[in-house]
Design a protein around this ligand. Structure first.
Ligand SMILES: NC(=O)c1ccc[n+]([C@@H]2O[C@H](COP(=O)([O-])OP(=O)(O)OC[C@H]3O[C@@H](n4cnc5c(N)ncnc54)[C@H](O)[C@@H]3O)[C@@H](O)[C@H]2O)c1
Length: 362
C-alpha cells in the first residue's frame, strides 16, 4: 500500500483535499473525490505514454459512463480562448452534462486552461488537477486561479475556481527537464522566504538528485510543506484582497523580465529566481535584512540552478518601465513585497526610483 498524505483546504467558496505521494495514482479511489461518471481529461502532449496510461487506468477503474480526452501542446500560445473553445465544442458534441468532471494532467498551462474551461462550461463543472511539473504541484494547481492569455497579455481572462481535489504524485516529475524542475524550486524557495525559516534550512540541506533513494520522499515532503503555506494563505484571502499578495514576492520584477523578453527568454520560475534576488536587494536597501542574509538568499537561489542576474537584454531602465506599465498594477502605483526579516514579508509602496534601479543591479 502506497503512503498517501492528505491536506484539507477550506476556502470561503469550497473545501477540498490535496493528496501527496509517490506513484499512488493507479491505486487511488476516484470515488473519494467525485461521484461523477462523466470524465474528460485535458492533457499535455509531452507526458510520456506510461504516465498517460497510469492516469487513464485510474479513471477507468471508477467505471465512467462517458470518458474522453483532449491532448494539446502546452505552450502560452495555446493557453487561449481558442483552445478553450475547441474543448468546449467537444464537450457539447459529446453531451457532457453538468455533473461531469474535468481532469487536468500537465503543468501550470494545463491546470490554468482546464480550470478555466471547467469554470465556464455549463456555468461551471468540477475540476480535479493532477499537476506534473514541480511549479504546478506547489503553485499553479493550488489556490483556484485559472485563466488563459489574451492576444497581447498573459492571464488576462479567467476565473477563480477551486478544484474538487489535487493529486500530487512525484512519480510524474521523473520525466520533467532539469530546467523545469528548477523553475518549481523557485516557488518553494519563495514560500520559505515569505513564511517558513525551517523550510529554508531544509532547502539548504536538500540533495536535488531525486533518482537517489530517499530523496524523492524528501522532495514530496518539501512539496507538502510548500503547498501548505500557499493553501493557508489562500484560506485567509481567496480573492487576493490582502495577504495573498505576499505570494507575489519577487513577481513584480519577474513579470517585468518576462515581458521585456516577450516571454521568450527566462521561463516564469527562472524569472522569479532573479526577481527574488532583486526583491531581497531592495529589502537590504530598505534596511530589512543584512548583507549576510542577502548573500544567503542569493546562494540558495543559485544552488537550485536558477539565474541570479538580469539577462543581458534586460537593462534596469527597461525593467523599471515595464513594471510601470504592467496592465495589472493597481492605479499605476508600484507595489513591492519585501522581506521583513527572513520568513516574513510586507508590502511597500512609493519606493524611491533610484532604490528600485539599484535593486536591479545585482
Ligand atoms: N494559477 C496559478 O495560480 C498559477 C501559478 C503559477 C503559474 N501559473 C501558470 O503556469 C504556467 C507555467 O507552468 P509550468 O511551469 O508548469 O509550465 P508548463 O505547463 O508549460 O510546463 C512546462 C513544460 O514542461 C512540459 N511538461 C509538463 N509536465 C511534464 C512532465 N512531467 N514531463 C515532461 N515534460 C513535462 C510541458 O509540456 C512544458 O513544455 C504559466 O502559464 C503560468 O501563468 C499559474
Amino acid at each position: 500500500m502506497k503512503t498517501i498524505k492528505q491536506l484539507k483546504v477550506k476556502t470561503a467558496s469550497s473545501n477540498y483535499s490535496i493528496y501527496f505521494g509517490n506513484d499512488f495514482i493507479k491505486s487511488f479511489p476516484l470515488k473519494k473525490i467525485s461521484n461523477s461518471k462523466e470524465i474528460f481529461i485535458i492533457f499535455d502532449s509531452k507526458m510520456p505514454d506510461l504516465s498517460i496510461r497510469k492516469v487513464k487506468s485510474f479513471i477507468r477503474k471508477s467505471m465512467p459512463s462517458k470518458f474522453d480526452s483532449f491532448k494539446f501542446i502546452a505552450n502560452e500560445k495555446n493557453k487561449s480562448i481558442e483552445t478553450s473553445q475547441k474543448i468546449i465544442e467537444r464537450l457539447i458534441d459529446l453531451k457532457f452534462s453538468r455533473d461531469s468532471l474535468i481532469v487536468s494532467f500537465g503543468g501550470g498551462i494545463t491546470t490554468d486552461l482546464a480550470g478555466f474551461v471547467a469554470s465556464v462550461y455549463l456555468r461551471g463543472i468540477e475540476v480535479m488537477h493532477i499537476p506534473t511539473t514541480l511549479l504546478a504541484q506547489v503553485d499553479a494547481s493550488v489556490g483556484g486561479k485559472t485563466g488563459v492569455n489574451s492576444k497581447k497579455f498573459k492571464n488576462m481572462i479567467g476565473a477563480f475556481k477551486q478544484p474538487a481535489a489535487v493529486l500530487i504524485d512525484t512519480y510524474f516529475l521523473k520525466s520533467l527537464s532539469k530546467r523545469h524542475l528548477a523553475a518549481g524550486y523557485s516557488e518553494i524557495i519563495k514560500h520559505a522566504l515569505i513564511e517558513d525559516k525551517n523550510l529554508l534550512s531544509k532547502l539548504d540541506n536538500f540533495d536535488q538528485n531525486i533518482k537517489k533513494k530517499g530523496n524523492i520522499t524528501e522532495l514530496s515532503n518539501l512539496i507538502r510543506i510548500s503547498t501548505k503555506i500557499k493553501a493557508n494563505i489562500v484560506e485567509q484571502d481567496e480573492r487576493e484582497k490582502s495577504v495573498r499578495a505576499h505570494l507575489n514576492f519577487g513577481h513584480t520584477f519577474a513579470h517585468a523580465i518576462e515581458s521585456v523578453q516577450s516571454f521568450k527568454g527566462l521561463n516564469h520560475g527562472e524569472a522569479v529566481g532573479v526577481g527574488m534576488v532583486c526583491a531581497a536587494k531592495l529589502s537590504l536597501l530598505l534596511g530589512k535584512i543584512n548583507s549576510q542574509e542577502f548573500d544567503k538568499i542569493k546562494s540558495l537561489i543559485k544552488k537550485f540552478n536558477l539565474p541570479t542576474k538580469l539577462p543581458a537584454n534586460c537593462e534596469p531602465a527597461k525593467i523599471l518601465k515595464a513594471m510601470q506599465s504592467d496592465k495589472k498594477s493597481k492605479d499605476a502605483t508600484l507595489r513591492f513585497i519585501i522581506i521583513d526579516g527572513i520568513g516574513k514579508v510586507k508590502i511597500v509602496e512609493n519606493v524611491d526610483k533610484e532604490k528600485i534601479l539599484i535593486s536591479l543591479k545585482i
